[in-house]
Design a binder for this molecule. Structure first.
Ligand SMILES: [Zn+2]
Length: 153
């Protein structure tokens, strides 16, 4: 197949795909809202500009795309072209995620990472299940899990 995109166009496309307000993020937000949680969005004053912040529970949420953040799951495919370039970008994202999570934890925040594969693909969970997992962790301050992860089954 002929690649009709220039490198610049492709980069712009990939950036657009990476942008805020992705579908899993919108779905997860609605789940939280329907359970009565209130939140702030894209809080740039916190490390990593968390997608969703619940100040009352001191929880910062990241909704990650499995490609961009290099999740080791069935949705992640190594790009066939410009492989080193994309792998470098993805590794940089992973390093940044790790740093930001640790900065938040050190500042007394609890961190919830929600992966795209929880919502999408052959091992996805139901929205009800995702909502219950999130709710029970958010409400339970005493479980000593400061970083909780929701991903595929
Ligand atoms: Zn994943």
């Amino acid at each position: 197949m002929v690649d009709v995109h220039t490198v610049a166009q492709r980069s712009a496309n990939m950036r657009a795909i990476q942008s805020k307000n992705t579908k899993p993020e919108m779905v997860f937000r609605r789940l939280l809202f329907n359970k009565g949680f209130r939140y702030r969005l894209h809080v740039t004053s916190l490390p990593g500009s968390p997608d969703i912040v619940l100040p009352k529970y001191r929880v910062a949420v990241f909704v990650h795309g499995c490609f961009w953040h290099g999740h080791g799951c069935h949705l992640f495919k190594v790009p066939g072209t410009r492989t080193d370039f994309w792998l470098g970008k993805i590794q940089a994202n992973r390093d940044r995620d790790y740093r930001d999570e640790n900065l938040l934890l050190a500042a007394g925040w609890r961190v919830l990472t929600v992966w795209e594969c929880a919502f999408k693909g052959r091992q996805k969970r139901t929205n009800e299940e995702i909502g219950l997992l999130a709710e029970s962790w958010i409400l339970n301050f005493d479980n000593n899990v400061s970083h909780f992860v929701i991903r595929h089954k």
